[in-house]
Design a protein around this ligand. Structure first.
Ligand SMILES: C[S@@+](CC[C@H](N)C(=O)[O-])C[C@H]1O[C@@H](n2cnc3c(N)ncnc32)[C@H](O)[C@@H]1O
Length: 271
């Protein structure tokens, strides 16, 4: 039933062994300015010292090490033992303390309710079929007013399957595709061996609001370069933005009731 977890655990263990660009620990230079490195947009508070931070699906020794350098109490959840081993060895090498938990982002039952001030999740919701399960868990473990920073693959990017002979990118997967995505040759924006799912905008953003969050900011990290060669990672990035980054805040049910997130006029309520 949870075969996506087994497959993705294997895929990410393999990616670590093949030294994937996503399995890179934080450098000394980055550790010298940890908050600036983590947060060029200024979404985090001025200091995270003493705050409880969950680095969700964030193994690999980058986010965890930077938050720990900035003085936060860090927990890392990841499915891949190899990714977590990087956090562990790097924390030991730098004499930092991080708590590691091998678990799936859509089942955080080993973590207590309202136990974190910040949840930081790099690109990873594509590895689970139901994003609302992840949002429900994040909402449960975050304290009231807690910050949830997450990055996701954009649906259009996951729909691309090819490039034609005029260097136009071809959409070959329906927007409403809900099964695991078929394998494609270009792995620039997909990970070899991983089982991935497309989440539509109403799921990426709508489910987040429905899980009790208000969205405070949203950006599309630039991965395009107008001078890039056709077919390259950065050429494709000029045509389709691969990622979206969202800053959301958890609000209590009482506050949500007092200030409804979405107001639907009677005339449109039946749409
Ligand atoms: C793109 S990496 C993110 C971490 C990396 N430090 C970075 O900044 O790019 C995605 C991570 O998601 C993890 N992952 C995949 N499926 C997962 C799941 N169901 N639950 C938790 N982690 C998962 C992978 O093991 C991998 O470490």
């Amino acid at each position: 039933m949870n075969s996506y977890r087994d497959a993705n655990q294997r895929a990410w263990d393999d990616l670590v062994r093949s030294q994937s660009q996503f399995a890179k620990v934080a450098t000394d230079e980055e550790c010298a300015q940890p908050l600036l490195t983590l947060d060029s947009k200024g979404w985090l508070p001025g200091s995270v010292k003493g705050l409880d931070v969950l680095c969700l699906a964030a193994g690999g020794g980058w986010q965890s090490i930077l938050y720990a350098c900035a003085g936060a109490r860090v927990t890392v959840v990841d499915l891949s033992a190899e990714m977590l081993a990087l956090d562990e060895s790097e924390a030991r090498r730098r004499n930092l303390s991080v708590t590691l938990l091998q678990a799936s982002m859509d089942d955080l039952s080993e973590l207590r309710d309202s136990s974190f001030d910040i949840v930081h999740q790099p690109v990873s919701t594509c590895y689970v079929p139901r994003i609302r399960d992840v949002y429900a868990e994040v909402s449960r473990v975050l304290r009231d007013q807690g910050i949830y920073i997450s990055q996701h693959k954009q649906p259009t990017s996951l729909q691309l399957v090819d490039r034609d002979n005029r260097n136009r990118y071809v959409i070959g997967i329906p927007y409403y595709h809900s099964d695991p995505l078929p394998a494609i040759v270009d792995t620039a924006y997909r990970e070899a061996g991983a089982v991935e799912y497309l989440h539509r905008w109403e799921q990426l953003v709508g489910e987040l609001c429905r899980a009790g969050f208000v969205i405070e900011d949203l950006t599309e990290p630039l991965r395009g370069d107008p001078k890039a060669k056709p077919g390259s990672f950065r050429h494709r990035g000029m045509y389709v933005a691969p990622y979206v980054r969202i800053k959301a805040r958890r609000i209590s049910e009482r506050a949500a009731g007092a200030h409804p997130l979405i107001w639907i006029p009677d005339s449109e309520a039946s749409d």
